[in-house]
Design a protein around this ligand. Structure first.
Ligand SMILES: C[S@@+](CC[C@H](N)C(=O)[O-])C[C@H]1O[C@@H](n2cnc3c(N)ncnc32)[C@H](O)[C@@H]1O
Length: 222
């Protein structure tokens, strides 16, 4: 038989293949779970368009993912921490992933099944040391926490060594820093640091979505 066999495509045997074709993208899931990483809710950063492209091939793998920062309370009008939009989104997108999450607010009641939540400050080296001692090696890290450059860089220093070769480390919103950042010890802006020739030489770095999303891909060992 040659060409497109539309009649056999309509058989029950082909249902799984059809289901795969109809699965929600990460962008659809971000919009559904009200995360501003998508294209409709709140600031609609559209980072999921990049994530769909880069992370889609890992969708059905047994990966490990860590996200820092679980919920922007001002969007939701309460602070009971019973849900996290992005955690719900990652769980639905990666059905076989083990998911780890960090927030300095208490989201630990969300620990269940393949999800484990830690409470702590991403800028505290002591907390980060104890965190990495409890983590497996990671395929994906997303830093959507305080957005302070010092915190992003301290977290990167502790977590990047735990990233597997070929893994992705994303730092969101590098165009914006919280006003209270001035009270922290001064460091270069994270976007400037990762654009520096020294870092560009050492690491595989790219910027996306109007330079707001920094992506570092760990090189495979040569
Ligand atoms: C932008 S929100 C995360 C939004 C969420 N990822 C989403 O897509 O809907 C930032 C989160 O980072 C947390 N956070 C802020 N500073 C932190 C710090 N120093 N350490 C850990 N978490 C922090 C806040 O409590 C808040 O839940």
């Amino acid at each position: 038989m040659t060409g497109w066999d539309w009649q056999s495509w309509r058989t029950v045997a082909d249902l799984p293949k059809r289901d795969l074709m109809l699965r929600d993208t990460l962008t659809t899931l971000a919009n559904k779970h009200l995360s501003d990483k998508g294209t409709t809710f709140a600031q609609a950063h559209a980072y999921t368009i990049v994530y769909d492209e880069l992370l889609g091939p890992l969708r059905d793998s047994e990966i490990t993912l860590l996200e820092i920062g679980l919920r922007h309370d001002p969007y939701y009008g309460d602070a009971n921490h019973a849900t996290s939009p992005s955690l719900s989104m990652w769980m639905e997108f990666f059905p076989k992933a083990r998911i780890f999450a960090v927030d300095w607010n208490d989201f630990t009641p969300l620990t269940a099944g393949r999800v484990r939540v830690f409470q702590g400050d991403q800028g505290d080296p002591g907390f980060l040391r104890s965190l990495v001692s409890e983590l497996p090696d990671l395929d994906i890290v997303i830093d959507d926490g305080s957005h302070a450059s010092l915190h992003q860089q301290v977290s990167f220093k502790h977590l990047f060594p735990r990233l597997k070769p070929g893994g992705f480390y994303f730092i969101e919103d590098v165009h914006w820093q919280p006003p209270w950042e001035q009270s922290l010890p001064p460091v270069p802006l994270t976007s400037d640091l990762f654009k520096s020739p020294a870092m560009q030489c050492l690491l595989d770095v790219s910027f996306h979505v109007s330079e707001k999303l920094c992506c570092v891909r760990k090189k495979n060992a040569s």
